[in-house]
Design a protein around this ligand. Structure first.
Ligand code: PMP
Length: 347
């Protein structure tokens, strides 16, 4: 007796297209030298895989609390921030109250609202890809949602919404989740609010800083809020290898990660400049590690033209406001060059 709510969901679709240059998933290009790989392998080989991992991932949390400059009590870890989005979608307010988010945005907010049977209060972005405040406040008055998800910067559009607009939404009494998955590329944050206020939490992830394969998401909240969410957390949600490797990367090899982040930021700005010069291309500014652009051609055709030339990007043209738009992740300089060349050839 599977509920209709679940039957109506679609299976999660992964990108199956094969391509030499994959710029579709906003991963960080992180080259690990041989000695680093060996060191990781040595640490992993010591793991007693017949044992459960530390249910609290205490050692990893200790390192993260130093990195984030918050207390361990402010942190809840998830199997990716995806899992934390699920937790928040259950934990906040009464189950009959809705979830607000501007669209287009990260699809997990919609999926988790559907999974838990929450009303979805979706408000299209304005023409600048910012929150449409009058429309949002109106929708909030009409539907009284209890929870807001704000991707900051927004995926797939790339920009951070205006801070005062987020504050106006929060003032309506919504518990506000600021999803800072791309924080390392925007450097803009609500972290101070999250540790002080009862109505704001921040999500971060290791996925966009080179560790997507480890599945570690981080919720930062006031101690009392973190304490409550932690009660519903699946006890062993961070696997033993993930705890060990994430800790090692953050303590011993963080300079490698930082270097790659800096390269991506530089490359993003270069890519933006190059795309702005191209005839028939409209490019949107980005605070993230990907860039949204629109062309004069049907997006499906351009997507295929790029794929034929070995470059995989994300077709987001089916989303509201994003007609003829594609999203490209910023890669290594040579990958970005290959993308630009393929694009020139395709236009
Ligand atoms: N939030 C946003 C805005 C994202 O774009 C993504 C990944 N694409 C996530 C969360 C998911 O992150 P994780 O890998 O930690 O589940």
């Amino acid at each position: 007796m599977i509920s209709d709510r679940i039957k109506k969901l679609s299976p999660y679709k992964t990108e199956t297209a094969q391509a030499k240059i994959r710029l579709s998933s906003n991963e960080l290009p992180l080259h690990l030298p041989e000695d680093v790989r060996i060191r990781i392998a040595q640490e992993v080989s010591k793991i007693p895989i017949n044992k459960y991992p530390d249910p609290n991932a205490s050692e990893l949390k200790e390192v993260l609390s130093e990195h984030l400059k918050v207390k361990e009590e402010n942190i809840v870890l998830g199997n990716g921030s995806d899992e934390l989005i699920y937790y928040l979608s259950v934990a906040v307010g009464e189950p009959n109250r809705g979830v607000f988010y501007p669209v287009p945005t990260f699809p997990m907010y919609e999926i988790s609202a559907k999974v838990f049977g929450r009303e979805r209060v979706e408000v299209p972005l304005d023409e600048n890809m910012d929150i449409d405040l009058p429309l949002s406040l109106n929708a909030i008055k009409t539907h009284s949602p209890v929870l807001a998800f704000i991707s900051y910067p927004n995926n797939p559009t790339g920009m951070c919404f205006t801070q005062s607009k987020i504050e106006s939404i929060r003032q309506e009494g919504l518990f506000t989740v600021i999803d800072e998955a791309y924080f390392h590329f925007s450097k803009k944050t609500f972290l101070e609010d999250a540790i002080k206020r009862e109505d704001t939490v921040v999500l971060r992830t290791l996925s966009k800083i080179g560790m997507a394969g480890l599945r570690v998401g981080i919720l930062i909240a006031k101690e009392e809020i973190a304490y409550e969410i932690n009660k519903m957390r699946l006890p062993f949600n961070i696997t033993y290898p993930s705890q060990v490797i994430a800790r090692l990367m953050l303590t011993e090899f963080y300079p490698l990660i930082e270097e790659s982040i800096n390269t991506v930021i530089k490359e993003r700005d270069r890519l933006f400049g190059e795309l702005s010069q191209m005839e028939g291309i409209e490019v949107f500014p980005s605070d993230a590690n990907f860039i949204l652009f629109r062309s004069n051609f049907p997006a499906e055709r351009l997507y295929k033209e790029l794929l034929v030339r070995g470059v995989l990007v994300r077709n987001v043209s089916y989303l509201p406001r994003l007609e003829r738009c594609l999203r490209v992740s910023v890669g290594l300089p040579q990958e970005n060059d290959a993308f630009l060349e393929a694009l020139e050839d395709s236009l």
